[in-house]
Design a protein around this ligand. Sequence first.
Ligand code: 1GP
Length: 250
Amino acid sequence: MNSVFQYLLDVKSEKGAGYIVLIDPDKKNEKSLIKQVEAANHSGVDALFVGGSLMMDSNHNERVAQIKKHSEIPVIFFPGGVNQINSHYDAMLFMSLLSGRNPQYLIGEQVVAAPLVKDLGIEVIPTAYLLFDGGAHSTVEVISGTRPLPMNRPDIAIAHALAAEFMGKKLIYLEAGSGATEAISTDIIQSVASETNVPLIVGGGIKTPEAAHESVEAGASFIVTGTVLEKNGDNGLMNAFAYAIHGGTS
Ligand code: 1GP
C-alpha cells in the first residue's frame, strides 16, 4: 500500500528534495522517449511523471508501455484526462484541478476514472493541482477551460493550499504550465510552504539547475522539468538538475 508515495517521502527526507522528469507520451516525442528514459535511469532522477493534456494520436498507451519497460525508477501517471489511464503505471497522481472552477476537472473526470483505477489496482496519490499564470497560455488552461491563479497573489495561493490540506490531499502541485515563460515564483513557494506541511511539487518553465535549486531553497519538495529536456535531453543536463535539487548530494 502506498509504496510509491512512501518512496517519494523517503527521497525527500534523505535528499532534501526529489527530482522528477516529466515525459509527455505524445506523438511529437516519439523518437526521443526511450533516450530520455535511459538518460533518467543514469542521471540521479528519482521518478518519472508521464502524461500530457493533449495526445495527437492514439498510440500513447504503447509509448507508456515502452517507457515502463525501459525505466528503472517509478513511472507515475500525471493525468491529462481519463482517456489516458492504462495498466503500465506504478502509481498515479489522483489530481483535482483546485485552482479552477470547472466541475469536470474538480470531480467529473475523477468519478469516471475511479472504477477503472480500482480495477487496474493502480496506487493513487491524492494531489491538489494548482495552475498559476506562467506568462504563456498553457495547454492545461485551454483544455480545462479554467483560469490560472495570479502569480503575484500569495494570499490566494495560500488559501488554495490550505483548502487542499483540509481536503486531505497528500501532495500539492504548484504548476506554471508546461513551457511557461515564468516559473512559479520563490515568493509563492515560500508563502505556501510556510503555511502548510503538505509536500509541494513545483513545475512549469524551470529552465536551469540554479532555478531548480532556488525553488528547493524556497520550500519545494519535488521539482519537475519537462520541456527543457525535450530540447536538450542529454545526461549532462539531467545530472546537473539532480545535483542542484539534491543539494549537491548526488
Ligand atoms: C508541466 O510542470 C510540468 O506540467 C513541466 O513543465 O515542461 O515547462 O518543464 P515544463
